[in-house]
Design a protein around this ligand. Structure first.
Ligand code: ZN
Length: 463
């Protein structure tokens, strides 16, 4: 007699053993703090974003969400977490999930998907960030922030897209970004755990890889927000496919009717607006200027005042700037510019004279690599940007820094402009940057101002 039972047992044990094991990263916050932070940020999101009340769409996404949460492996369940699933009526292919459970899926994401498994794939990935508590784990690497302080900033960094593109598309300023922009290591974890959750919920994990390809294809200039928050760790499709081969899909879902119905239903609705269109009148404005719309900058400005004032960001840095430069603070950057120098052109915010400060990603922890990457991202919104000098080692706020000079053709004046870029490491290991912009003809005057501004810079110390 063949001993089929033990053999089958052995076989399934082998299959289980070859699944990649995931361990949640260290975290200084409690799960209850995840919940508090997520609930506050979600309340803000519900005020700021146009949620779909269309039951056909919302109940469909809720059903997928419930199926996925039921499939969370036991070791990653947090009894205090509350999972909710809402649909945002905007066009961009994006989705985000907040600590402790609230998830928001853009209508554009559903419209871009070719199958239910693709929608479920993005949701399983987002859900994995939540159960692995990646947002607060990431924040644990930096200062311990107050929960209340964080909540608004998180949403600012979601909606901030349009406002954040001062000239720095692809970079994020400060707090909120830390909770939604993940490292490649966390991405890989969310892909792997996401594939386990999918298989347990009856979905083929390869659909997750397919959706990522769909998102990449629809990239456009700068790529969709989702990709900048969830960077490809490399070989994404390959390792998801490999992981999928180790997994048994339980009770596979083969019925595509609900997906087809929702897609057909969405096609009958008026097209979704962009996030910027949808949030324009919801009070999401750079804060320094009491919420007015910015006209196109004229590029005609008064010279920098010789008296300076001190600006204290509090959490990150302090700097002195000419007293006739206004601060334009969004949740993703802060710019100081004279009247006439800052405004909107072709749907983007631009400035012709002044300085900007912000934080960029620095995963390699190599200052020059991170600065190269920043210049690359600046180039994606400023195609004629080029280098005018190599790197010069400088002292920035009493630590090692780099300075380089760039040239660009101003969209506003049509003239050459000179950009001085100074970078150093921020206390959380990310890249702190300062950018000075002036027309080429005035650069020698402005350079003295930039030297004084950048020379006054103080960074908050690591605790
Ligand atoms: Zn991710």
């Amino acid at each position: 007699m063949k001993r089929s039972v033990p053999l089958a047992f052995l076989l399934s044990a082998t299959v289980l053993a070859s699944q990649t094991q995931i361990t949640a990263p260290d975290n200084n916050y409690t799960p209850a703090q995840d919940v508090e932070l997520g609930q506050r940020a979600a309340a803000e999101a519900r005020q700021q974003l146009p949620l779909t009340r269309d039951d056909a769409v919302t109940s469909y996404i809720e059903d997928i969400g419930r199926r996925l949460t039921t499939a969370i492996p036991a070791e990653f369940r947090h009894p205090e977490f509350r999972y909710t699933f809402e649909v945002v009526n905007v066009r961009e292919i994006n989705a985000f999930a907040l600590p402790g459970g609230p998830m928001f899926v853009n209508r554009g994401m559903i419209e871009a998907a070719h199958a239910e498994g693709e929608v479920a794939g993005v949701m399983a990935h987002e859900l994995s960030h939540v159960v692995l508590r990646h947002g607060t784990a990431q924040a644990s690497k930096a200062t311990k922030y107050e929960i209340g302080q964080i909540a608004g900033a998180v949403i600012g960094s979601i909606i901030g897209g349009g406002w954040g593109q001062v000239i720095s598309q692809g970079t994020q300023f400060g707090l909120g970004a830390a909770f939604l922009r993940f490292s490649r290591e966390y991405e890989r974890q969310a892909d792997i755990l996401g594939s386990h959750i999918m298989a347990r919920a009856g979905y083929d994990p390869r659909d997750m890889a397919n959706m990522f390809k769909t998102i990449e294809k629809q990239g456009g200039s700068g790529g969709p927000q989702w990709l900048s928050d969830h960077p490809n760790p490399g070989d994404r499709s390959a390792y998801i496919t490999k992981e999928a081969q180790q997994l048994r899909i339980e009770n596979p879902i083969r019925d595509t009717r609900a997906f087809d119905q929702v897609k057909a239903h969405l096609r009958q609705l008026p097209p979704a607006p962009t996030t910027e269109q949808a949030t324009r009148n919801r009070g999401n404005r750079p804060t320094g200027t009491s919420g007015r719309d910015f006209p196109r900058p004229t590029g005609r400005v008064e010279p920098p005042s010789s008296s300076f004032r001190t600006y204290n960001e509090g959490n990150l840095f302090q700097v002195s700037v000419p007293s006739n430069w206004q601060e334009i603070q969004s949740n993703t950057s802060v710019t100081f510019a004279p009247n006439g120098a800052y405004g909107q052109a072709n749907g983007q915010t631009v400035f012709t004279h002044g300085v900007e400060f912000g934080i960029g990603r620095n995963e390699s922890h190599d200052l020059q690599d991170a600065t190269d990457e920043l210049i690359q991202s600046l180039r994606s919104s400023n195609p004629s940007l080029g280098r005018a000098s190599g790197y010069e080692r400088v002292n920035v706020a009493n630590q090692r820094g780099l300075r380089t000079v760039l040239r660009n053709r101003s969209e506003i004046t049509g003239q050459d402009e000179v950009i001085q870029l100074v970078t150093t490491q921020a206390r959380d290991g990310n890249l702190f940057y300062a950018i000075g912009v002036a027309p080429g003809d005035d650069y020698s005057d402005y350079r003295r101002v930039f030297d004084r501004v950048f020379g006054s810079l103080q960074l908050a110390r690591l605790r």
